[in-house]
Design a protein around this ligand. Structure first.
Ligand code: HEM
Length: 206
């Protein structure tokens, strides 16, 4: 079953992932232009872009565990997932800055400095910048092993992105908490296994 799925995935071109990834964002933008986003279209656009960005960031973190634990190989698409996540988060930030805060630059700066959920979101965005800028073959070659270390920033960005969502509401709701727990689990899977467990796992692999 997984083998068949991997065989199908090998034939999927990366550009198709880009089109499928960008389609929901363009669709919500189109609905906004046509007055189909309800009473507060700017907020609806902002929220849709933020959530899609978070989902794609999580998807990019799921690639390695999915391969290790289930044998599903999405490695070819990981860079597209990460860059799509960045595109959505950049659009989310742009929607907030240019549509929601339009012209209120002082207020925007005050919010970034003083409202914890915005400070955290902005920190996550800043951490994603070097990742987006170095997600190309040239940087991978140039940075060598440092590239991998740099790309660990994705873990912090995801954690901060999840915290940003949890902190938005005045009361705790299920959706943001589910995202945060999923992110925490994905990060926990990357922690080095305790010595005892590693010894056991090595034996069971022999
Ligand atoms: C990794 C970075 C980020 C992620 C993953 C992210 C994700 C999200 C999510 C999931 C939501 C809520 C969506 C919903 O309620 O359906 C949201 C809302 C929001 N985000 Fe972000 N965001 C990020 C960065 C930023 C940045 C950089 C800013 C601005 C500086 C920002 C400002 C906001 C605002 C103002 C809201 C709406 C709050 C409200 O009115 O309820 N976010 N974000």
């Amino acid at each position: 079953m997984i083998r068949r799925l991997n065989a199908i995935l090998r034939r999927v071109p990366v550009w198709l992932v880009w089109i499928a990834g960008l389609a929901p964002g363009l669709w919500v933008f189109w609905r906004g232009l046509n007055g189909a986003l309800g009473a507060d279209p700017i907020r609806a656009l902002e929220l849709a872009l933020g959530e899609k960005g978070l989902q794609l960031l999580i998807l990019s973190l799921m690639v390695t565990p999915l391969r290790r634990l289930a044998g599903l190989n999405l490695l070819r698409f990981r860079r597209a997932f990460g860059l799509l996540a960045f595109t959505y988060i950049a659009a989310h930030l742009a929607a907030w800055l240019f549509l929601d805060m339009a012209g209120l630059w002082d207020q925007a700066l005050r919010d970034i400095a003083k409202r914890p959920f915005i400070t955290i979101g902005m920190t996550a965005f800043v951490l994603m910048l070097p990742l987006a800028l170095t997600s190309n073959a040239f940087s991978i070659r140039r940075l060598g092993p440092r590239w991998r270390t740099l790309h660990r920033l994705a873990y912090a960005a995801a954690l901060l992105g999840g915290m940003h969502f949890v902190l938005i509401g005045k009361t705790l709701t299920a959706r943001p908490l589910i995202y945060l727990v999923l992110i925490a689990l994905l990060l926990a899977l990357r922690l080095p296994a305790p010595r005892l467990f590693r010894a056991g796992a090595a034996k069971s692999l022999r």
